[in-house]
Design a protein around this ligand. Structure first.
Ligand SMILES: [Zn+2]
Length: 123
């Protein structure tokens, strides 16, 4: 399975990488949502970041920011379910076995019930 692995040490709050790529008004399989109707079709290496419901980063504006300490060799993950409003392609979370579909499906039986209250909710 492809994934993005850290080559450095990051502390909480450190910027792990910047999100870059074409800006779209709809999600695609390789996009990351950065605001209402704002989806960046990310290029390498961000497109290799896997979902986790126990993530070590979060999307903050156009940056991927560490939410706890990340050691060299550790996989970089963020919570797709709490970041994306409605994923182009749903999938099963490898950590909990529940569906990852996006914040639109809050309250349904999906991965990670602890959604962050983000701007995407206004979409
Ligand atoms: Zn999960």
């Amino acid at each position: 399975m492809l994934g993005l692995f850290s080559s450095s040490f990051y502390g909480k709050g450190d910027v792990v990488l910047k999100i870059s790529g074409p800006l779209l008004d709809h999600p695609v399989q390789s996009s990351i949502q950065i605001g209402p109707n704002k989806h960046v079709d990310v290029d390498t290496p961000a497109k290799f970041i896997n979902h986790s419901c126990k993530p070590n980063t979060k999307v903050e504006g156009e940056q991927i920011v560490a939410i706890n300490t990340i050691l060299p060799g550790e996989e970089i993950t963020f919570d797709y379910q709490g970041n994306e409003y409605d994923l182009a392609v749903s999938f099963i979370c490898r950590d909990c076995g529940q569906w990852v579909k996006g914040m639109k499906y809050k309250g349904e039986n999906v991965c990670l019930q602890a959604f962050e209250q983000k701007i995407m909710e206004t979409q």
